[in-house]
Design a protein around this ligand. Sequence first.
Ligand SMILES: [Zn+2]
Length: 277
Amino acid sequence: MDMKILDKGENKLRFVIEKANPAFANSLRRVLLSDIPKMAIEDVEFHLGPIRDQDGREYESISPLFDEILSHRLGLVPIPTDLDFFSFQDECECEGEGCPKCSIMYVLNKKGPCTVYSGDMEPVGDSSLKIKEDLIPLVKLSEGQAPLIYATAILGTGRTHAKWQVCHGVGYKYYPVIKIDGKKCDKGASCVRICPRDVLVEGDKKIEVAAPEACTLCMSCTEECEPGAITVKGDPTKFVLTFETDGSVSAQRALQYALDLLKEKAEGFREGISSLG
Ligand SMILES: [Zn+2]
């Protein structure tokens, strides 16, 4: 199977795979959506009662939001996840008690009036676990409010809850194959103008396909032109895949993990078949 990268960012990837089939492209899509693990806040502990700062000023450990709403917002904050380091709590050597290999604790303690952002969540211990997306607003505090919150993140997958979903906007399409019949083409170039994605360009003497990957198979050009002058089809062995991550895991790492997982699942299946004798 051959692969070509079309667009690569830290958190997004667009690429072409060749010599594949729709079943493989869809399997990859589903694994990316629901099986890549990440850390997300699972337990939130709210301190109750007054808090005094160094100057003797007294605050109440409350916020204007219900604790459940704030907990939900904390759960959706993308937490940097090293997939080679963290393990699921029920598979961890600590036997589920919670240790640095399967959990991260964050402390949140801002004093109002102010807006509390995701970057205000302070990891206990390793400072490399600081939230990268640090400007996600969580709550706006009033005078005298200073919630003291202890939040614990654990590893999970999107199969259990959307807060553990690493990849978003995961999709694929057949690779567009665009053919132009020079004999039927009237060279009016109206097909070039009607294409919403600028796939076609007007060459010296003929219409040319400049960016086939951009084609969405909308067929506007085939309808605009002389019948049969342009044919657009999807190649069922070649696909354009695209997805992005929430920033907790890089797009490249998520794709590597997804492919390893697919291989592991197939090998497990093969072993099952072998054991039939
Ligand atoms: Zn552990």
